[in-house]
Design a protein around this ligand. Sequence first.
Ligand code: PRX
Length: 632
Amino acid sequence: MENIEKVHLVVEEKYFPPKDIVEECIVKDYESMYEKSMQNPTEFWEEIASDLYWFEKWEKVLEWDFPRAKWFVGGKTNITYNCLDRHVKSGKRNKVAYIYVDEDRNEKKYTYGELLELVNRMANGLKSLGVQKGDRVSIYMPNTVEAIACMLACTRIGAIHSVVFAGFSEGALRLRIEDAKAKVVITSTYTKRRGKKIHLLETVKEAIKPLNFVERVVVWDRDGELDEEEIDNRMVKLDKLIDNSSPVCEPEVMDSEDPLFILYTSGTTGKPKGVLHTVGGYMVNTYLTTKTVFNIKEETVYWCTADIGWITGHSYIVYGPLANAATSLIMEGVPVYPHPGIWWEYIQKYRVNVFYTAPTAIRMLMRFGEDIPAKYDLSSLKILGSVGEPINPEAWLWYYKNVGRERAVVVDTWWQTETGAHMITTLPSYPAKPGKAGKPMFGVDPLVVDKEGNPLPPNTVGYLVIKKPWPSMLRTCWGEPERYEKYWKEIPGGYYSAGDLASIDEDGYIMILGRADDVLSVAGHRIGNAEVESAIVEHPAVAEAAVIGKPNEIKGESIKAFVILKAGSVPSDKLVEEIKDTVREVLGAIAVPDEVEFVDKLPKTRSGKIMRRVLRARELGQELGDTSTLED
Ligand code: PRX
């Protein structure tokens, strides 16, 4: 972790929620519920977990053997039973679970009954391919209900899904399939973006060429356009699997601590980490946070604009909303196509009550002006969520005024792939402060400390840590337990170190200032500096590279790369484009640098570590800070 250098605009104004919203809130008295979760966690979590169905009740709520936690020890359940069967059995068979929409205004609704049947057929189909409990299945699919059904089909039978965002390149996909040693990969012929088809099957075919352990590739042939010759002996069509399988599939009895899924996320080294979540604690906490932060009721229409390829999609498109029997919108496409009011059009059309998106999207839509949202009836909105990066007060206020029309409340939710569920957020029942995430969620005990783990006074920026285990915390990094331990050992005191900078004010509101480590946040996507650097050096002309993040009005951060060429190579615009293409191929479009600068030397410590901090300070015209370890 490098030094603390970030400064933020602080808006001290409080925005009180309207009375009618507070009256409707499931949690009206945050303080006393939080107090209970801290003073009497066993009773607190037992009550929450009892809302859900368990084949066998747990014996103990928590077993904490630092830094390993087990939650709902001995409990047996299946998350799909809680997300689907439980609702179907209680009279919600015909309730709509998802409304799928796309850029062409196509719409398809799926009821809880239909989704259960689809999941069961897929689950039986996976079984027929030899997939068993504990096997890994990689999913590289468009943001559709079919993809959700694939995830649920895995968890129905106890297989561990590993969803890979369908914007990742062949190289990034291969790395994730290889690391998880997936037996089966599920994909689709294409996804749609900005009116164009993006081929996914071809990427999968290339990615798995050298991977002999991948036994089967299941393909959703969306338009029935695959020729028989294109189907090799590893491939099987999803429709065939569904048609040939029974609609009944008993849910696998899963232990609370059985693995649920792996999701790769960026760290400070070149290799992403496979964050592992387990069944019981993740289920309970995504259920609780969705219910209380978004105030999900019988009639609520909810829309999270994330992609299922990220943790926000896992927890707040799939598991949390389904556990609450919500009706959700899911969209395949981008926010500005076919026009920059498409989101507002859908909110108006479906009378969406809860809308959850990222600051980068808000800032992008702000550019088109307030006249665009003004054209739509957005009066159904009650809660506006934000996630993925700090929301600057300007964007917060734009969202509040032009989307929420000062009638809806803004909840800024801070959390991570590793935390599984919301950790720090405003609840709709108490006032929000623009630019500040809010207060800790139930059972979460945060603290801001210095490098040595000493607590810092209010309004002082330091490292954000969490003092105690929580139910939806990651259990390990797949195949790399030492990386898991690092979270708990980075800062003395036995805390979970989030890798973020934060400060806490006198009212207990927490402001998140961004990453404290070598991880970038570009348009809300988490990308390791080292990941981009190792992609760049794959270009044959490159000897060495260093990457920094620069403040960017829309994306939060943009990537700048400093590149040393090998002897004999000459800087040119063509080379810049080639380097960008290399990153696009190795990682995907989201990681491509905006700027590439050729240099002769990089600032390094005497032990040879690149000092990105120095590069960044120089680039931004800031003080260089402590340079005593600089080699030269
Ligand atoms: O830096 C924080 C930022 O996103 C990081 C986690 O990224 P990821 O695991 O990809 O999960 C993103 C979606 C939960 C955090 O370490 N972050 C996330 N939410 C916020 C945020 N920063 C400020 N405010 C937030 N609300």
